[in-house]
Design a binder for this molecule. Structure first.
Ligand code: UDP
Ligand code: MG
Length: 343
């Protein structure tokens, strides 16, 4: 059994068009790394030929390992599943569409060897992304910076290298609504940045429709800040103060015999406005309650349907065949409970 030095984790959701190019580019980089490498391919419930291609890659080169989730769990969970299964001393996460150029890994590794425990890639430029995506991203990072309770670098996605120490810390955090990049800011350790140009997608469409992007944004804000709740409280206090002031003025005018207006329109406007505010605030609080509910149910983060190329515990053993169901049982339980203690 060889010990793996580097693990490259790649979440894959319907990427059969980019996959062949991905494998070619990865191979070049893998040959230039100074130790044994494994690639953990996570099939996040793809409906195209992705899994077949991944399985073929595993047959051809046992350094490619495959973890198939039971359905689409989403990017952030797929990354987590891959990191659970990774055995390396340094673990790299990157996208499958080659927007994160594999060559940047070499620069990250150099930083890691200097002693940094989290090396994240900063998008200096984004080529081939829509104006809408870039604008919403900038807007989001602005809000996030202002609200979040921990400092998070901007223009940083999930493309990063983490040392085993930081990874084990991260894997202890089993929260359901995950915002992986924020969680890595939270763990701390010695962090460093590597700038890169985000390339256009190799092939196919983005697997992040607006709906998933919004979800991620909400997870980022609600997961790392209770500012919306404080805002709700402030809003309530201000509204109450205003209505007291208004009441005093109304009584004073009445006593002075000045005003005796019917005021039906203003009454209705005030009531509808206030009910709108109330519903919004209740919804906001409800969102936090829903998150608590998610955590309390403590469902598994993900389920593994099949694992190929892993020899129990996610540790590398070149050439091992299909593990289902015996050895992947271990990978299964990782999804369900806290990660196994580092071995
Ligand atoms: N992805 C995933 N599950 C999903 C959506 C996306 O595993 O539900 C993967 C996808 O295959 C890719 C990475 O996450 O490797 C980033 O997705 P994408 O490139 O579509 O996002 P974008 O770069 O457009 O933000
Ligand atoms: Mg992409």
């Amino acid at each position: 059994m060889t010990t793996v030095k580097y693990s490259i984790v790649i979440p894959i959701y319907n990427e059969d068009e980019s996959f062949p190019a991905l494998v070619t580019r990865l191979r070049e980089v893998m040959d230039r790394l100074d130790g044994p490498v494994e690639v953990v391919l996570v099939d996040d419930g793809s409906r195209d030929r992705s899994f077949a291609l991944m399985a073929a890659a595993n047959r051809e080169d046992p350094r490619f390992k495959v973890l198939q989730l039971s359905r689409n769990f989403g990017h952030q969970i797929a990354i987590t599943a891959g990191m659970d299964a990774a055995a390396g001393q340094a673990v790299i996460v990157m996208d499958a569409d080659l927007q994160d150029p594999p060559e940047v890994i070499l620069q990250m590794v150099a930083r890691w060897q200097e002693g940094y425990e989290v090396v994240y890639a900063v998008r200096e430029r984004r080529d081939g992304e829509t104006l809408f995506k870039r604008k919403t991203a900038t807007m989001f990072y602005g809000i996030q910076r202002r609200l979040a309770e921990i400092d998070q670098p901007v223009e940083v996605g999930d493309f990063r290298l983490v040392d085993r120490k930081a990874l084990d810390a991260f894997l202890q955090m089993r929260e359901r609504n995950r915002y992986v990049r924020g969680m890595f800011s939270w763990v701390g350790f010695r962090q460093s940045a590597v700038p890169y140009t985000r390339a256009p997608r190799e092939a196919g469409q983005s697997k992040y429709p607006l709906r998933k992007m919004m979800r991620l944004a909400v997870d980022a804000l609600a997961g790392f800040s209770t500012a919306p709740l404080r805002f709700a409280l402030m809003l309530g206090l201000v509204m109450a103060a205003m209505s007291v002031a208004y009441g005093i003025v109304a009584i004073a005018l009445k006593l002075a015999g000045v005003a005796d207006s019917p005021g039906y329109a203003s009454l209705l406007a005030t009531i509808t406005f206030l009910s709108g505010v109330q519903l919004t605030v209740i919804g906001m609080v409800g969102h936090y309650v829903a998150r608590i509910y998610d955590e309390v149910r403590a469902r598994p983060l993900y389920l593994v349907r099949e694992a190929r190329g892993f020899a129990g515990g996610g540790h590398a053993d070149a050439g091992s065949a299909v593990l289902w169901p015996a050895a992947s049982q271990d990978l299964l339980t990782r999804g369900q409970h806290a990660p196994l203690p580092p071995s």
